[in-house]
Write a new protein. Structure first.
Lengths: 179, 249
């Protein structure tokens, strides 16, 4: 019975994830077609880096929120999410392109090193996986939520690091909780 | 009756395939593959003759020719590797390492089995041995196909046909050996037998005439692999930095 329940929950979760993914994919594809000309201008890898900083920055968000309009805020959130999804897809495509160019150059070289190729492939998979996770996270909570989450995680880790440093200092000074 | 029809259809297709091979001189391009087809044709005829004798004679003939066929198949895989990667030494090197690794894994697994149970090889049926060999062949083909796809190796129509047909044949054989009972003339037995003429037709369609293999090797005269790797690393690093900026506080 428990197994069936777990199976049901698992199925629901997977369906939900698929639905989210599909919805995002369709939205991004529509936008991708619309913004094809814009993308052409963003081919430079450094350009896309600056764009990332801007898309995920809270500065614009604060400005819009300061206007106090619910409609405007909602519209901004929707638009920003779509742009962020488009950016992730574009970055993912660029990563694919990098590895394609690499394989096309490396396939004819006599000095190919198996382990180097394997490491590059590992890095490529890692980046593609990051893109996938980023896509799902933006789809679920939006680009700013993602940044907020990262900041929260950093604060937490900083807190742990501080606590650890205090503990280490206390241990070094010969202090023990038992007195 | 149906078995006989499939048998004769296969023989007829093999004869046509061989004739076309000689006519178009594809035999020179793919000598191992055409040797394999000649062997299969001979095998069909020998098995047909043995079928008229006792069941024991047929059984011995069947397994002897079957294992020879598996061995010949390994050479076909090597020929695919040789022809496809002739202009791409980098991919050839990668594929060689992967195939060697697979071979060592298979050897290791066999050694481990022997260590655990020294009589397993004696007890193993011919079907089990064939299943193990076909699995190794299947995994090698898979590794080759992945290497070809990853390095975007261009294929000519002829080579694509050989690879497609042989992969289909090996996959079917593995599935049959895994899921179907070894004896009896049931539906799946006929389905599998009938699929062989389909594979032959596929080969015939792809090897009907000689097509030039578009091997456009863009070999760098300096062949600076270090530079290629450094460029890719830098570009991937940029992409990583960009992704980090997306979430970084």
């Amino acid at each position: 019975m428990i197994t069936l329940g777990a199976l049901g929950i698992g199925f629901l979760l997977v369906s939900l994830l698929l639905l989210i993914g599909l919805k995002g994919l369709l939205t991004a594809r529509e936008l991708e077609q619309e913004c094809a000309s814009v993308q052409d201008g963003l081919e430079g890898e450094l350009g896309i880096m600056e764009l990332a900083e801007r898309i995920f920055s809270p500065a614009d968000w604060k400005l819009i929120q300061g206007q106090g309009s619910v409609e405007l805020t909602e519209l901004f959130r929707r638009e920003r999410r779509a742009v962020a999804l488009l950016w992730v897809r574009h970055t993912s495509r660029q990563i694919r392109q990098i590895i394609r160019e690499h394989t096309e150059a490396a396939r004819s070289s006599r000095n190919v090193d198996f382990w180097t190729e394997l490491r590059l492939f590992g890095r490529y998979l890692e980046l593609r996986l990051t893109c996938g996770m980023l896509y799902a996270a933006i789809q679920a909570g939006g680009p700013l939520w993602l940044r907020g989450l990262a900041m929260h995680a950093q604060e937490l880790s900083r807190g742990i690091a501080d606590a650890q440093a205090t503990f280490r200092a206390a241990t070094r000074a010969g202090y023990s909780p038992q007195g | 009756m149906l078995s006989q029809a499939i048998w004769w259809a296969s023989i007829a297709l093999e004869v046509v395939l061989l004739s076309r091979g000689f006519w178009t001189r594809l035999v020179r391009q793919y000598p191992v593959f055409y040797c394999y087809i000649s062997f299969v044709l001979l095998q069909d005829l020998v098995r047909y003759l043995a079928h008229g004798q006792s069941e024991r004679v047929y059984e011995i003939t069947y397994w002897a020719t079957e294992f020879l066929g598996v061995a010949m198949g390994c050479f076909v895989v090597l020929e695919i590797y040789r022809v496809a990667l002739a202009a791409f030494p980098g991919t050839a090197r990668m594929a060689r390492t992967v195939l060697l690794f697979l071979f060592l894994v298979a050897l290791g697994a066999a050694a481990a089995n022997t260590w655990n149970d020294s009589e397993w090889l004696i007890r193993a049926t011919a079907l089990q041995v064939e299943f193990s060999l076909r699995t190794i062949q299947g995994v090698s083909l898979l590794a080759l196909v992945i290497s070809f796809l990853f390095y975007s190796i261009p294929f000519g129509r002829n080579l694509r046909g050989i690879l497609l047909g042989y992969t289909l044949f090996v996959t079917e054989r593995i599935l049959i050996l895994t899921f179907l009972p070894p004896q009896g003339h049931h539906f799946w037995f006929y389905a599998y037998s009938a699929s062989y003429p389909v594979v032959l037709s596929l080969w015939l369609a792809h090897l009907w005439s000689y097509k030039v293999c578009p091997q456009t090797s863009n070999r760098d005269p300096e062949d600076d692999y270090g530079r290629i790797v450094a460029t890719t690393r830098r570009r991937l690093q940029n992409a990583r930095g960009s992704l980090r900026k997306a979430v970084g506080p």
